[in-house]
Design a protein around this ligand. Structure first.
Ligand code: HPA
Length: 235
């Protein structure tokens, strides 16, 4: 047990796939894993450990934002000997060059957040993916004949804002999309010498206000889920 995860030591796999939403973690466990055990449900943040094509994998939710993913990823890395966390989430596109359902593999996360500075005395505002998972995602996507774009993203603390202009940091680092978790995940992994990557599906196009409807979401996220599971076989 850790402060926020009630699994026993040994009940979490070395590779954790991490959607934001606990119900998405349940969906993955129900649809893709065998021999599944629900190993933690503290605060309804579900962690399931099971087998995918014979390999032990944990799927568990991060919740939303830096504080939440910061807590879960830190405890997984430090108390459960997890080697790799692959976040699988959704993002808003800053440009209509991206389309709904596009899949992104994140090279770097840029943020105005002070998370990395105050947690780990990391002064930088751009933190790269850590370890080999990013390359393995690209490799696996090719094998699956799945189109994946590599890009920098903006990790933001803010979902709703007054000003609809492109945030300065997104312009500075050529960020094509925004989400709210990867910067903290990458900072934790970097500080702890662990691996972390992020795969995102575009769920909304900010300039045109298009979005994936609630009933499209389940199906829309399946290619990303399968990509993460097939990648996990190589980690
Ligand atoms: N902003 C931040 N996070 C998101 C968005 C967004 O527009 N869409 C999906 N995750």
């Amino acid at each position: 047990m850790s402060v926020h995860i009630s699994a026993k030591k040994g009940q979490i796999a070395k590779t954790v796939l991490m959607p934001g939403d606990p119900l998405r973690a349940r969906y993955m466990a129900d649809h893709f894993l065998t021999d599944v055990t629900l190993v933690s449900q503290t605060r309804n943040i579900f962690f399931f450990t099971g087998k995918y094509k014979g390999k032990e994998i944990t799927v568990g939710a991060s919740g939303m934002g830096f504080p939440s993913i910061g807590i879960y990823s830190y405890e997984l890395f430090t108390e459960y000997e997890v080697d790799t966390i692959v976040r699988i989430g959704t993002c808003g596109a800053y440009t209509s060059e991206l389309k709904l359902f596009d899949i992104l593999n994140v090279a770097n996360a840029a943020s105005e957040s002070t998370y990395a500075k105050f947690a780990w005395v990391m002064e930088e505002d751009l933190i790269a993916k850590q370890g080999s998972a990013f390359d393995k995602i690209n490799e696996t996507a090719k094998e699956l004949d799945l189109k994946v774009k590599t890009t920098n993203i903006h990790s933001s603390d803010i979902f709703y804002r007054k000003d609809s202009d492109l945030p300065a940091i997104a312009e500075k680092y050529n960020c094509t999309a925004v989400e709210m978790e990867s910067f903290a995940l990458f900072a934790n992994a970097k500080f702890l010498g662990k691996s972390a990557a992020t795969i995102l599906t575009v769920s909304d196009i900010i300039p045109t206000k298009e979005l994936i409807s609630a009933d499209q979401r389940e199906k829309a996220l399946q290619p990303m889920m399968e990509l993460s599971l097939e990648t996990a076989l190589k980690l």
